[in-house]
Design a binder for this molecule. Structure first.
Ligand code: SF4
Length: 171
């Protein structure tokens, strides 16, 4: 009981640190990029939420923000970038094109980033307002703190599997 209590408190403290030090990788493909820049600028000031620092290597990033339309040819590239990111990692689909394909119902467009990788938070709008983006970021931070991000849940399942396999070996 005592050890369990301490490890869960430690996990909460780590999650608190993670949610306020997100290193984002912007995958910007289309017109939503204009509004994304606005969100980064001083008026809306993403820095207040600890997620202002873009990394240009996925290996140094833990938050993938998909901004704009994704076409079929970009899909393997996006998947590879996501695979290269550090764990645990999170994904935001920025705008209706990244979330569902938007009005591009044709053979070249992917109908949403979640056809390729798991998405934690979707932001509607064409393009979304910066306030919506800030709202989505706060929502993501709540999910991180509650250990509900896709990546966190998957890592915990893998960890539990290893622990139970070790218990079986010890018996
Ligand atoms: S959601 Fe609208 S603004 Fe954003 S990429 Fe699609 S068409 Fe452009």
């Amino acid at each position: 009981m005592g050890l369990e209590f301490h490890t869960s408190r430690l996990a909460d403290a780590v999650a608190w640190g993670r949610k306020y030090s997100l290193f984002q990788y912007p995958f910007v493909t289309a017109c939503c990029g204009m509004e994304f820049m606005s969100t980064m600028a001083p008026k809306y000031d993403l820095a207040r939420f600890g997620a202002e620092f873009p990394r240009f290597s996925p290996r140094q990033a833990d938050l993938l923000i998909i901004v704009g339309t994704i076409v079929e040819k970009q899909a393997p590239v996006l998947r590879r970038i996501w695979e290269q990111m550090t764990e645990p990692k999170w994904v935001i689909a920025f705008g209706v094109c990244a979330s569902t394909g938007g009005f591009y119902q044709n053979y070249t467009s992917v109908p949403g980033a979640d056809q390729i990788i798991p998405v934690d938070v979707y932001i509607p709008g064409c393009p979304p307002r910066p306030e919506q983006v800030l709202d989505a970021l706060v929502l993501l931070q709540e999910r991180i703190q509650d250990h509900k991000g896709f990546s966190q849940v998957r890592l915990k399942a893998e960890h539990d599997k290893i622990i139970s396999a070790n218990k079986l070996v010890r018996r």
